[in-house]
Design a protein around this ligand. Structure first.
Ligand code: NAX
Length: 326
């Protein structure tokens, strides 16, 4: 039997962490045949709550769960980690500018990148969920000299899943009928959900919906779905975010289905004219545990304009944290 996978989660006592830990322990990330060790990381004031999470995990008597580590020490938490889900982040406070948020989170993700570099498995796969996810991911990768930047990714799978659900609903289909949805750019309101290559039940999605609906309803709805959930629920997406994080990791490890792709924010290699190095969401295929950016897609003027806006936002974020990028 293979060694258990070591999975580190930061912010594990928070809303997303609470949903994530149990589903990972149930086998929803790596499969029902892979045992796991959960390495749960929190800040010291949240350690009592984290202890409660560990107690509940024990009470589930999950067959696949071998051990639960709870700690506020990031080197202990990342020790030997095969997978790291960086969920914990500082939320935006009242009156806080995006630049302040970036700087405050940089102070979290720089040391976490270094600790991953020092303590995690050499093959660790990292997913950054905590916002601003793309630039937090950039900071972590830049502070991890012993790891390849390509091991660091940020989450736009929730946006991808939201877009998939919206187009399926509009076309009177099921989400499993949808292929080749694409999210370009930043996990922010500048992201571009693109249906130009998407099919629903084998038909081009762009022929099933009107351009007006696509531009005036679909795009803003996907971009602002997080705010819509907050208005309805009184707190931000948690179960759906955790589910998307599992999808992201599972797809990375187990691959994309033939003829389909997913969206992941990964270091740009300059494809499609995007600034090299920024963590930009692209359509990717995954196979044998590795992702590749889908190449050669035709980009029309509308899409190009939207891709540039979100690229510029990411370049601006990178410039704002330049002092945190060694
Ligand atoms: P919560 O505030 O419920 O939980 C965050 C947890 O992180 C808290 O328990 C806190 O103690 C912990 N934490 C803070 N700093 C930490 C550090 N340095 N080390 C370890 N733990 C730390 O937020 P939650 O709803 O779980 O959301 C977590 C993050 O996900 C937020 O930044 C949020 O904006 C982001 N999201 C990202 C999404 C994406 O698609 N990329 C979507 C959902 C979500 O909004």
């Amino acid at each position: 039997m293979s060694q258990p996978a070591r999975i580190a989660i930061t912010g594990a006592a928070g809303n997303i962490g609470y949903a994530l830990a149990f589903r990972i322990a149930a086998g929803d990330m790596l499969g029902k045949d892979r045992s796991v060790v959960l390495q749960l990381i929190e800040i010291p004031p949240a350690l009592p709550a984290l202890q409660g999470v560990a107690m509940e995990l024990a009470d589930c008597a999950f067959p696949l769960l071998r051990e639960v580590v709870t700690t506020a020490d990031i080197n202990e938490g990342f020790n030997g980690a095969d997978y790291a889900l960086l969920v914990g982040a500082k939320p935006r406070g009242p009156g806080m500018e995006r630049g302040d948020l970036l700087a405050d989170n940089g102070k979290i993700f720089g040391p976490q990148g270094k600790a991953l570099s020092d303590s995690a498995s050499r093959d660790v796969r990292v997913l950054v969920v905590g916002n601003p996810a793309n630039t937090n991911c950039l900071i972590a990768a830049a502070n991890a000299p012993a790891l390849d930047p390509g091991q660091f990714t940020a989450m736009t799978r929730l946006d991808h899943n939201r877009a998939t659900a919206q187009i399926a609903d509009k076309a009177g289909a099921h989400s499993t009928d949808v292929r080749r949805m694409t999210i370009w750019g930043n996990h922010s309101a500048t992201q571009h959900p693109d249906i130009a290559h998407c099919t629903v039940g084998g038909k081009p999605a762009a022929e099933l919906v009107s351009q007006a609906w696509y531009r005036e309803q679909f795009i803003p709805r996907v971009q602002k779905r997080g705010a819509e959930i907050i208005r309805a629920r009184g707190s931000s997406s948690a179960a759906s975010a955790a589910s998307a994080a599992l999808d992201h990791m599972r797809t990375w490890v187990h691959g994309t289905p033939e003829g389909d792709w997913t969206s992941m924010a990964v270091p740009s290699d300059g494809s499609y004219g995007i600034a090299p190095g920024v963590i930009y969401s692209h359509p990717v295929t995954c196979a044998a545990g590795a992702y590749s950016i889908v190449q050669g897609l035709a980009i029309d003027d509308f899409c190009r304009e939207r891709m540039t806006i979100t690229d510029q936002e990411l370049r601006g974020e990178r410039a704002a944290v330049a002092n945190l990028l060694p």
